[in-house]
Design a binder for this molecule. Sequence first.
Ligand SMILES: C[S@@+](CC[C@H](N)C(=O)[O-])C[C@H]1O[C@@H](n2cnc3c(N)ncnc32)[C@H](O)[C@@H]1O
Length: 343
Amino acid sequence: MLARRLRRQAAWCSELGSPLYASLLESAADDLQLGGPVWEVLEGFDDEPGTAALALRFMGAVHRLVLDETLPELARHYPSTGGEGDASATWPAFKRAVVDQRAKLRDLLGAGCQTNEVGRSAALLGGFLEVAHRTHLPLRILEIGASAGLNLRWDRYRYESSEGAWGDETSEVRFVHSFEIPPAMNRSAAVVERKGCDLQPVDPTSVEGALTLRSFIWADQLGRLALLDGAIQVASDLPIEVEPLDAADFLQRELATSAEGVATVVYHSVFMQYVDEAGRKRLEAAVAGARQRASPHAPVYHLRLEPGARTEARFEVRLDDQLLGTSLAHGTGVRWLEDSSQQ
Ligand SMILES: C[S@@+](CC[C@H](N)C(=O)[O-])C[C@H]1O[C@@H](n2cnc3c(N)ncnc32)[C@H](O)[C@@H]1O
């Protein structure tokens, strides 16, 4: 069961461009099946649901100890700390690290998975521009499950495609490889209010928060790491508090009265799988109630990037009931549907 989880994550890492993690996870699964040191670290975690992302927490825990200089031998191999990233040369050092740091790794595993993928802003961009285009109103954006709030600053990033660009040319965050079929970018949008919530928010401007976020990036994905570092910089220039609050409670409060003269966009990415049935019902009721009270001067939209129903690999960007486009899990490979825009 546990080995199957590691191998499943290995396949995802391979699919999403992390050959180092794909190989390390396969070796870790072999080791676990032999009752080796990986088993000794992961023993007792087998009852968790798949959504608890044990394999990613394990890799994140090891990466954290690389980044904080606890594991200098492994750091010499990890690309995030200047290493060559050769998987077969890395595995022996990885295995030694698992033996030497068993207790710390088990502690870190207990802390849960806390990721914030800024690349998802590229997948969401077309949805925000679509709302601005339809309504001609400034945007009030409300993100639930916002983690560190990096995607609450999507309008401070630069997006470039073969067919146009959007956003601040001087931004520290530049998406240049995200679009296969881009959305229309010749549209303006202004964010006038932004708020977010999360059960376990991360402060990206703190040393601890930045280390947590960096540790969950796959160590051979230097492009993602550079985007994250840029987003942490933008976050320190534009501070936003992500409230430590349940999403349904947050929406019930924020949507209780209509906001005139702005288009409210409730949004989330890779979030719904963590919410139980009762929570989902409360969320849906809060959004549905707000949409019933909405008017042309105070419209309410629901934008999301979540795993697709049709193929596991492609995630779907939906605005209310409409499919606008798809992307890969981290917001790359965006394919916008040509007829998704309301003229
Ligand atoms: C996989 S992370 C995704 C974070 C971010 N949306 C992104 O795309 O990078 C899921 C987030 O949802 C948060 N979360 C889960 N259930 C929640 C709830 N009921 N209310 C608020 N946040 C929740 C978790 O704490 C976590 O930060």
